[in-house]
Ligand binder design. Structure first.
Ligand code: NAP
Length: 296
């Protein structure tokens, strides 16, 4: 398949590499061009503009947030104006439900197709082609994208014909992860202050009732206090919790735990932790209990 890929950050670079390894004809674009070099060395074509990356059957965006996705799609010579009629824009970034809906409508009006395909899994999973893809969109387009999803992920969940549903489900998942980070951080602060070794504690958790990837991954990061380099930056974690709250407001669903977690991320960012891994938010509890500042 001829694929354009826009956004070669922590996630996008790894996903693009797997698309290339699967034999797709890949053209890559990144705002900071140096990030395209390793992919060019492996055979990808480098685009010097978003429009050039749109000379394809499919263009995938894996950008930081709503603002980046809006700029790249609606901006001058952006995806909306450059993508051929009938071609598909796949948004794998975690974006707002409102933007997902706006993209759906704009692409339909331009004679193009929009599919949401956000992913679960950190950069290590992306590098291993082991992401979980949560997708929604028009069924023929979603079916045609199967080779793309197979190249980047271990399983694909087709949720709806409405793209915004996939973005809502992705956001709800990140809300749950953030809630686990907060509660794990509180529990570790508690037992840690009483002298229990964090790794021993994690072994108890993950060998008993909490043997799930979310406890293993985030418990491991908290136990080792390994917050740099960030696999997923705290500033992006705050972005997702804000988007969850916006979705809750739109649907009139109170989310009191999400409100609390939003404030915890604000505290982490206010203390200079924007570029730490988002798991560092859990370390605030130990800090408040007299321990070291997260990331210090
Ligand atoms: P990242 O490493 O910060 O990369 C962000 C990408 O967006 C970079 O390519 C960056 O370009 C680009 N970008 C930012 N602002 C831009 C703008 N205004 N115009 C054009 N390009 C812009 O982020 P990431 O961790 O790969 O995450 C990407 C998306 O995946 C986010 O929506 C995130 O929520 C989601 N996600 C992340 C993870 C994870 O564990 N990291 C897991 C699942 C989903 P530059 O290189 O020029 O800065």
């Amino acid at each position: 398949m001829r694929i354009g890929f826009v956004g070669l950050g922590n996630m996008g670079a790894a996903m693009a590499a797997n698309l290339l390894a699967a034999g797709h004809e890949l053209t890559v674009y990144n705002r900071s061009p140096e990030k395209a070099r390793p992919l060019a060395e492996r055979g990808a074509t480098t685009a010097s503009s978003v429009a050039q990356a749109c000379d394809a059957d499919v263009v995938v965006t894996m950008l930081a947030d709503d603002a980046a996705t809006e700029a790249v799609t609606f901006g001058e010579s952006g995806i909306l104006s450059a993508l051929p009629p009938g071609a598909t824009h796949v948004a794998s970034s975690t974006i707002s439900v409102a933007l997902s809906q706006r993209l759906t409508e704009a692409h339909i009006a331009a004679g193009q197709t929009f599919v949401a395909a956000p992913v679960f899994g950190r950069p290590e999973a992306a590098a291993a082609g082991k992401l979980f893809v949560v997708t929604a969109g028009p069924p023929p387009a979603v079916s045609a994208l199967e080779p793309v999803f197979t190249a980047v992920g271990q399983r694909t969940f087709v949720l709806s014909t409405e793209p915004r549903v996939a973005h809502l489900v992705k956001l709800s998942g990140n809300f749950l992860i953030a809630s686990v980070i907060e509660s794990l951080g509180e529990a570790m602060a508690l037992v840690g202050k009483a002298g229990v070794d964090r790794q021993d504690y994690l072994e108890v958790l993950t060998s008993t009732l909490f043997d799930a990837p979310v406890y293993r991954t985030y418990g491991g990061l908290l136990a080792s206090r390994q917050f740099e380099p960030a696999g997923f930056a705290a500033r992006l974690g705050l972005k997702d919790v804000r988007l969850v709250l916006a979705a809750g407001e739109e649907l009139q669903v109170p989310l009191p735990v999400a409100s609390l977690v939003r404030d915890r991320y604000l505290a982490l960012l206010a203390g200079g932790g924007a570029e730490l891994d988002w798991s560092a938010m859990g370390e605030l509890s130990a800090w408040e209990a007299g321990g070291p500042k997260p990331g210090s």
